[in-house]
Write a protein that binds this ligand. Structure first.
Ligand SMILES: [Zn+2]
Length: 398
C-alpha cells in the first residue's frame, strides 16, 4: 500500500519518499514508493506528471493492494527520492475537478438534475446530466450560481469516515464500500465521496464557463472550462471574433450581421450564375451542333469538345443539353478541372458508361455512370484533349 499524501494535502508539490521497488518494463521503469503526492488516473481525473529524482514521470496508475505505480523515463536509486509534481498541470486538474463538484451540486440543487459521469479532458471537461431536457435558461442560471459560489471563496475541506458516519453527516451520494471513505466538502454547498485532488478554496477556480451541450443516449453531455482554461477559452474566442471582424471590416457586434449579409449575397450570386450558365450552355450547345451538321443524318452525330475554364457543373449541363437533341453522342471535358462527361440521346446505340470507363482508365482517372450518361475525372486536366481523341477513335472504329 502506498500512502497517498494528496489525500490530506492536495497542495503538496514536493515530497521525499522511500523507493520500495524499481523494475524495468519495456521502455519505462515501474516505480513503487512508500508514499506519494502523485495522483494516479481515477474518478475522471487524469494522472499527474513530474519528476522522481532525475527521472521523468510519464504515467501514474492505481494497482492492486492500494499501490500507486509511477512509470518513469529512467531508474531511481534505492533509498530516498525527491518527488516533484508538475504543478501547472495538477493545478489545472484541480480547477476543473473542484469546478465539476460545484457545477454538479448546483444542477442538483436548482433543478434536481443529477450528474451521472464526469470526464476531465485535455481541452474541455464534461459532465453527463440526467434530465428530461436542458434549456438555455438552465445553463445560464447554473453558470451564474456556480460563479457566485466561486466568488464567495468558500473553504473546500476533506473529511474521512465510514459510509454510515458520512450518511449521518449528510453526504448525499451513498457509496456501497467498506472501510474509511474520503469526502470532499465545499462549505455550505456540497459533500461528495471523492478521491480526487481539490482546491483549498472555491475562489481558486477563478471562473467557470459552460460551453456546449449535446444530447447523448440517456443523458445530456455538458462541456465546461474552469480557471486558466476559462481564461484561455475566452481569449481564444475573442481572437477568433476579432479576426472575423477584421476580415469583414466591421466592429465585433456587427460580425453576425456581416456574415449573414455575405451569405445572402453569395446565395444571390449563385442563383445569377446558374441562370447565366444555363443561357451560355444553350448558346454553346447550338454552336457545337452547328459545327457538326455535316452528319449524314443516319449515324449519330459525335460532338467532342474540351472546354476552357468550365466547372464540372457547367460541363454536365452542356452535355445534358446536347443529349436532349436527337441522335447525339457528346464527349466533353473541362481543361481546368479534368472533369469528363460522356452523354448520348436517351436510348442511343452506344454505351457511353463503358466508353468512359475504358478510356478514363488510360489516364489514371476514375468514373462511371449509365449507358446514356457517365462522368468522371482525370488527375491531369491537360490529358483532356487526348482522352476525347481516343474515345472518338473507339467510336469511329465501330
Ligand atoms: Zn470528485
Amino acid at each position: 500500500m502506498t500512502e497517498r499524501l494528496y489525500y490530506r494535502d492536495s497542495l503538496l508539490r514536493e515530497f521525499d519518499a522511500h523507493v520500495l521497488s524499481c523494475e524495468r518494463e519495456g521502455e519505462r521503469w515501474r516505480i513503487v514508493l512508500d508514499r506519494t503526492a502523485f495522483y494516479p488516473t481515477s474518478g475522471g481525473q487524469p494522472h499527474d506528471l513530474g519528476r522522481l529524482g532525475d527521472a521523468r514521470v510519464l504515467e501514474v496508475a492505481d494497482a492492486p493492494d492500494e499501490k500507486v505505480i509511477h512509470y518513469a523515463s529512467a531508474a531511481v536509486e534505492p533509498g530516498l527520492v525527491r518527488g516533484e509534481v508538475d504543478w501547472p498541470r495538477r493545478f489545472d486538474h484541480m480547477q476543473q475537478h473542484t469546478g465539476q463538484h460545484l457545477l454538479s451540486a448546483v444542477f442538483l440543487d436548482l433543478f434536481k438534475f443529477p450528474t451521472v459521469s464526469f470526464h476531465l479532458g485535455r481541452e474541455v471537461s464534461t459532465i453527463d446530466l440526467e434530465a428530461p431536457s436542458v434549456s438555455a435558461r438552465h445553463l445560464l442560471e447554473a453558470e451564474r450560481r456556480t460563479n457566485e459560489i466561486i466568488f464567495d471563496d468558500r473553504v473546500v475541506s476533506i473529511r474521512f469516515g465510514t459510509a454510515a458516519e458520512l450518511a449521518e453527516a449528510g453526504v448525499r451520494k451513498t457509496v456501497d464500500r467498506d472501510g474509511v471513505l474520503r469526502v470532499v466538502e465545499i462549505d455550505g454547498v456540497d459533500r461528495q465521496p471523492c478521491g480526487g485532488t481539490h482546491l483549498a478554496r472555491t475562489g481558486q477556480a477563478g471562473l467557470l464557463l459552460i460551453r456546449r451541450i449535446e444530447r447523448r443516449r440517456d443523458a445530456w453531455r455538458l462541456e465546461y472550462v474552469c480557471g486558466f482554461r476559462a481564461l484561455a477559452t475566452a481569449r481564444g474566442d475573442f481572437a477568433t471574433l476579432a479576426k472575423t471582424a477584421d476580415i469583414l471590416g466591421c466592429g465585433l457586434p456587427e460580425v453576425p450581421g456581416g456574415v449573414a449579409k455575405v451569405l445572402d449575397e453569395r446565395g444571390a450570386q449563385h442563383g445569377a450564375l446558374k441562370r447565366l450558365q444555363e443561357r451560355l450552355s444553350e448558346t454553346e450547345a447550338r454552336a457545337l451542333l452547328a459545327r457538326s451538321s455535316t452528319s449524314n443524318g443516319v449515324a449519330p452525330r459525335i460532338i467532342s469538345a474540351a472546354i476552357d475554364d468550365a466547372t464540372p457543373g457547367y460541363v454536365n449541363l452542356l452535355a445534358a443539353r446536347l443529349a436532349a437533341e436527337t441522335g447525339v453522342i457528346a464527349l466533353l471535358a473541362s481543361k481546368t478541372s479534368g472533369h469528363v462527361v460522356f452523354a448520348q440521346t436517351r436510348g442511343g446505340s452506344c454505351d457511353v458508361g463503358a466508353l468512359l470507363r475504358d478510356n478514363i482508365k488510360k489516364f489514371g482517372g476514375k468514373g462511371g455512370g449509365s449507358r446514356d450518361f457517365a462522368q468522371g475525372s482525370v488527375p491531369n486536366p491537360s490529358n483532356a484533349d487526348q482522352l476525347l481523341y481516343l474515345a472518338k477513335e473507339t467510336l469511329a472504329a465501330k
